[in-house]
Design a protein around this ligand. Structure first.
Ligand code: SAH
Ligand code: SF4
Length: 384
């Protein structure tokens, strides 16, 4: 497990890991469930707050395990809009998490709860040409605790904020605010496979965060072998493929990963995933002016989508400072959408306004501090 500290973080452990540890210490199993209850229902952030655990057990836990939380550095946006959280991790690395308001869901089922876009790495090694996350290269993998921590801290932050505004805050163990998770933040989730799977188990488990597998979407730039590996995991997670090109020459130009796993190999891995998991695939397709928005991409994209029973999600390119590309005009976007629909593809076009703040993950970290709203009105993270 790669993290920032030689000791594992308690939020990186599964229930089985914790039970094993407690068995080694001759501590009864129900103490592990009490600990999990404090972590994932009551969501405390210190050992001392776990008041029904004996003091010496708390001391032992504190000696052998980390219990870290990301520190909120910035929050951009406000209630009812897309909000971006910038976190500083224990080693000073910065990552971001994006909270998207409730809407007819793009991923998972339609939900009146919000979608959280989670990061899995600091930076990214894959260097897709449209993406801010890879601009500074790859720094490190996030630990399971750093992935899980994003979900918990955002809910804590919003709960505390709601309480300050006199609104009902979500109750421990009650219905949660975040309905869907998408792994579309910074980093390539499938390149951090072990830690991703450990985090997914905690996020999905009844004893953990308790979000249904069908409400969790893993997005990948197309790591074919890991897609097959994910297909062999028991839960039915949804899969989003960052496609962005429907022929190899166009995709090669946008995403270096295509040279390693060209479309034929990627399609075979997706087919395998579907055989195991059913039809849970979405293609992400960023429309970039003059690069992949031409008529010539419509029919190969339609053919691939029909063959793989994939829904297509068209996303107008968000300009990234330092990158040369532009988004096509709205008319061109609509034409591309209509072309796909005429060929029988289920496709949507992201049309929201205010795309500056909706800007893709990875961009917040790169912005200058001046542009960001400091957390002066920070309601703080509750310290129950
Ligand atoms: N590495 C994974 C997960 C990161 S999410 C992957 O590539 O799938 C990547 C997604 O962020 C893209 O599919 C796209 O939906 C979005 N994105 C990244 N840069 C963007 C940009 N400049 N404009 C619009 N969307 C962007
Ligand atoms: Fe990495 Fe995904 Fe960005 Fe490509 S799109 S650079 S894989 S985060």
């Amino acid at each position: 497990m790669i993290g920032t500290s030689p000791r594992p973080d308690v939020r990186s452990l599964s229930r089985a890991d914790l039970l094993g540890k407690f068995a080694d210490w001759n501590v009864p199993a129900y103490r592990a469930d009490q600990t999990l209850d404090w972590l994932y229902r009551r969501r405390v952030s210190t050992w001392d707050a776990m008041t029904n655990l004996p003091r010496d057990l708390r001391g032992r836990l504190a000696e052998s395990l980390d219990f870290s939380r990301p520190e909120a550095v910035r929050c951009q946006g406000s209630v009812d809009t897309t909000r971006k959280f910038l976190w500083r991790l224990q080693d000073g690395a910065l990552i971001e998490t994006v909270l998207i308001p409730a809407n007819p869901a793009l991923y998972g089922d339609a939900s009146d709860r919000q979608t959280l876009c989670v990061s899995t790495q600091v930076g990214c090694a894959y260097g897709c040409r449209f993406c801010a996350s890879g601009l500074d290269g790859f720094k490190r993998n996030l630990s399971p605790a750093e992935i899980v921590g994003q979900v918990i801290e955002v809910e804590n932050y919003c709960g505390k904020e709601a309480a300050q505004q006199g609104l009902a805050a979500p109750q421990p163990g009650g219905e949660r605010m975040i309905g869907n998770l998408v792994f579309m933040g910074m980093g390539e989730p499938l390149a951090n496979y072990e830690n991703l799977i450990a985090a997914l188990r905690i996020l999905n488990a009844e004893w953990g965060v308790g979000i249904g597998a069908r409400k969790i979407t893993v997005s990948t730039s197309g790591l074919a072998p890991q897609i097959q590996r994910l297909a062999n995991e028991p839960p039915q997670f949804r899969l989003a493929i960052s496609l962005h090109g429907a022929t190899d020459p166009v995709r090669d130009q946008i995403m270096p990963v295509n040279r390693k796993y060209p479309l034929k190999e990627l399609a075979a891995a997706i087919e395998y995933y579907q055989e195991k998991k059913g039809r849970l695939i979405t293609f992400e397709y960023i429309l970039i002016k003059g690069i992949n928005d031409g008529k010539d991409q419509i029919s190969p994209l339609a053919a691939l989508s029909r063959r793989l029973h994939a829904k297509v999600n068209l996303i107008p390119y968000n300009t990234v400072e330092g990158l040369p590309w532009e988004r096509p005009c709205e008319k061109a976007q609509e034409r591309f959408l209509a072309g796909l629909q005429e060929l029988g593809v289920t496709a949507t076009l992201r049309r929201e306004k205010g795309h500056d703040i909706d800007a893709a993950c990875g961009q917040l970290r790169l912005r200058t501090d001046r542009e960001l709203k400091p957390l002066t009105d920070d309601p703080g993270i509750p310290d129950k």
